[in-house]
Write a protein that binds this ligand. Structure first.
Ligand SMILES: [Zn+2]
Length: 210
């Protein structure tokens, strides 16, 4: 049984596209995810992945809002969706191609990374190596697995350092059989959900002070 690892490290580039899941927030806690799709993930697949990520976060009591952002300055002149001031509740998610993952020096068993501040402050940028994730998924539901990897990396941003756990969506090593686990199993654990709510509450307060 091969072991797959969701990793840490990283840094990146910027760019984007647009896709909105018009799901009304069901809670007052909310994060925005700005997506820059530099990989070969089609818009429809990405929309379904976003739904899976959104479901995982909804179970923690946090709603997600998704924005597809321009990847080039030319796209940017047509799509102003992501031209907003930074805020701790706005997360940047970059979906990267294999060559980008390689250029970051990410080992072949690493499927994403989250950029955490060295000391204080809020982490707001995560990378998901989307084309590698497609290979990881094999013939299985790529969009569901992609949504789970996205949830894992956004979880790193909200949970801070040492966020891996032995079970749930924050497990460090995903075996092939983990990829077909049920939604209930691939969720944040109750303690993680509590920390995520506290973190989003803190970020929301900080955003309103700015
Ligand atoms: Zn991880």
């Amino acid at each position: 049984m091969s072991t797959t690892k969701i990793g840490f490290t990283g840094l990146g580039v910027l760019l984007g596209l647009a896709g909105l899941d018009a799901q009304p927030p069901q809670t007052e806690l909310k994060i925005e995810v700005d997506i820059y799709n530099y990989s070969a993930v089609p818009a429809e697949t990405l929309a379904r992945a976003e739904q899976e990520t959104a479901r995982i976060f909804e179970r923690t009591g946090v709603a997600t809002m998704w924005l597809d952002c321009p990847r080039t300055s030319e796209e940017g002149s047509r799509n102003r969706a992501c031209v907003l001031p930074d805020a701790p509740t706005r997360l940047t998610l970059r979906l990267l191609s294999n060559s980008m993952a390689d250029s970051f020096g990410a080992g072949g068993d690493i499927f994403g990374s989250a950029l955490l501040p060295a000391r204080e402050g809020f982490g707001v940028v995560a990378n998901v190596y989307a084309d590698r994730t497609r290979a990881l998924a094999g013939g299985r539901e790529f969009e569901v697995i992609l949504g789970r990897v996205i949830a894992h990396e956004l979880g790193h941003l909200l949970l801070g350092r040492n966020a891996h756990s032995a079970a749930g969506i924050m497990r460090a090593h995903w075996r092939a059989k983990d990829l077909i686990l049920t939604q209930a199993t691939m969720s944040f654990l109750p303690g993680e959900a509590k920390r995520i709510r506290a973190q989003v509450t803190e970020r929301t307060m900080r955003a309103s002070i700015r």
